[in-house]
Design a protein around this ligand. Structure first.
Ligand code: GNR
Ligand code: NI
Length: 185
């Protein structure tokens, strides 16, 4: 098992559109296992492959209270979304520390494939419905902050870039400090 690195907004790779999975093999199983481990470790209730820089249509979700109900969605598609909408406070592992309200359809019907390539359909409401839509957005290169106003989004972007810079500064490196001084920061 391997913990994967989660891309942080505003990384351009979060806007890549993921390609459909066509081969259901051991490599896919390993990716799913590593994504699940990364999601539980974070901890989060969902993770899209896009967030770990794998641009394939793979999603893992565990929105259960007990963290023992892993669901895997390969090539997920929204077949139906309810006209009824719901506001939910959302967060994202790619935008750590930021939470804001997003309005989405309250219920969705999704079609996806399992790890073996078998197609299934699922009707979801509550947190699972929110999470499915949030993860499918990731596969389409969309991060939840893009639903917020440009003002909020720009504030978030600036904060994330600043934090990233602070993290780089305090991170240990194999280079002597002297060699790092000249870099552009
Ligand atoms: O862990 C997560 N929590 C969450 C809370 C409200 C709405 C959506 C989510 S998904 C998020 C994990 C994540 O970033 N998935 O892409
Ligand atoms: Ni997310």
């Amino acid at each position: 098992m391997t913990l994967l690195t989660i891309l942080r907004y505003p990384d351009a790779r979060l806007h890549k559109i993921a390609k459909p999975v066509t081969v259901f093999d051991e490599r896919l199983k390993k990716l799913i296992a590593d994504m699940a481990e990364t999601m539980y470790d974070a901890p989060g209730i969902g993770l899209a492959a896009t967030q770990v820089d794998v641009h394939e249509r793979v999603v893992v979700i565990d929105s259960s209270e007990t963290h023992d109900d892993l669901r895997v969605f390969i090539n997920p598609e929204i077949l139906w979304a309810s006209p009824e909408k719901k506001l939910c406070q959302e967060g994202c592992l790619s935008v750590p520390g930021i939470y804001d309200e997003v309005e989405r359809p309250a219920q969705v019907k999704v079609r996806a494939q399992d790890v073996h390539g078998k197609s299934f359909e699922l009707s979801a409401d509550g947190m699972l419905a929110v999470c499915l839509q949030h993860e499918i957005d990731h596969l389409n290169g969309f991060v939840f902050v893009e639903y917020l106003s440009p003002l909020k989004r720009n504030r978030i972007k600036t904060k994330m870039i600043k934090e990233e810079r602070e993290m780089q500064r305090s991170e240990p490196t194999d280079k002597p400090r002297k060699a790092r001084r000249g870099s552009a920061r």
